[in-house]
Design a protein around this ligand. Structure first.
Ligand SMILES: C[S@@+](CC[C@H](N)C(=O)[O-])C[C@H]1O[C@@H](n2cnc3c(N)ncnc32)[C@H](O)[C@@H]1O
Length: 271
């Protein structure tokens, strides 16, 4: 399955009420969203029809998130009638504000950028949010180079997988075997976690290294990646959507859901 097919299906499975994308390029992935959305890219050149309520931000993701109210475009208003008109959740303003339902990180393909993108997106997420990172399963060392020299370029963003598994065992990090260069779906976001921020310099010093990159076998061989069909066909999605929409606290919802997701994963992917 191509990554865009998975993304289209994730919009449906997550019943996403909003969407944020880092890395828009020609707009083909953003065009899959029919809900209020934000697309961020310093050099987008959209050549497809984008329908609906979309903010296109011509800036880098770091600059975008450094702004005052990055999610301003998606925020629910005080007045529920206004929210009905704009397709926003009715009462979000009164129960803790707006968070992302679905995010797609596909901007600069360098590890430290993708890690910062994840950190920024997580700050605006809740445990029921679904965060997708593209190009996480390069097929060879050339595709994983920091210095691009191949047609398909994944870069060294694959390192986000071991880093999240080491520093954030509270997250569920699920590699998915999509074409061409694999994605990762992250469940259980915690906007209050400051672990990555605290360790950012140490992580940068350890993981940002010159080419050629050492790509682990489980990434190259996709040994612990789930098939997109198996992930999409799993039975936990309605429970995730219900818990998210009801704003069930993480302590009451995520443990149970995590077990259900882990039950469908290849054994080594359940981390
Ligand atoms: C692989 S393309 C995105 C493809 C698109 N998501 C899709 O699936 O059709 C990567 C995009 O990231 C953008 N980009 C590069 N650096 C960026 C940054 N720092 N912040 C946001 N976007 C960035 C590039 O301009 C490029 O258009």
């Amino acid at each position: 399955m191509q990554r865009h097919e998975l993304l289209r299906a994730l919009h449906k499975a997550t019943a996403a009420r909003n969407y944020l994308e880092i890395g828009v390029n020609d707009g083909r992935s953003l065009a899959l969203s029919k809900v209020p959305s934000i697309g961020i890219d310093p050099a987008f050149k959209v050549n497809v029809d984008l329908r609906g309520d979309i903010q296109l931000a011509r800036t880098t993701s770091d600059e975008f998130f450094a702004g005052k109210r990055p999610l301003g475009h998606l925020e629910s208003a005080r007045n529920p009638l206004k929210n009905i008109r704009k397709g926003r959740p009715l009462f979000s303003h009164y129960v803790g504000g707006t968070a992302l339902d679905l995010a797609f990180i596909d901007g600069m393909h360098l590890f430290e950028y993708a890690l910062r993108d994840f950190m920024n997106v997580e700050k605006h997420s809740r445990w029921g949010s679904v965060i997708v990172l593209d190009d996480m399963l390069p097929r060879d060392v050339d595709e994983a180079a920091r210095d691009r020299h191949t047609q398909f370029w994944a870069g060294d963003v694959f390192k986000v997988i071991p880093v999240l598994r080491k520093y954030r065992p509270d997250l569920l990090v699920v590699p998915v075997d999509t074409e061409p260069t694999g994605v990762v779906v992250v469940f259980g976001a915690d906007p209050d976690s400051d672990v990555l921020k605290k360790h950012y310099d140490e992580i940068h010093a350890e993981w940002v290294v010159p080419d050629p990159q050492k790509v682990p076998e489980n990434i190259l061989g996709r040994a612990d990646a789930i098939s997109p069909e198996a992930l999409l066909g799993a039975s936990f999605w309605p429970e995730l959507v219900r818990a998210r929409n009801l704003r069930l606290p993480r302590a009451r919802g995520f443990g149970r859901l995590r077990s259900k997701i882990e039950a469908v994963l290849p054994t080594s992917a359940a981390v």
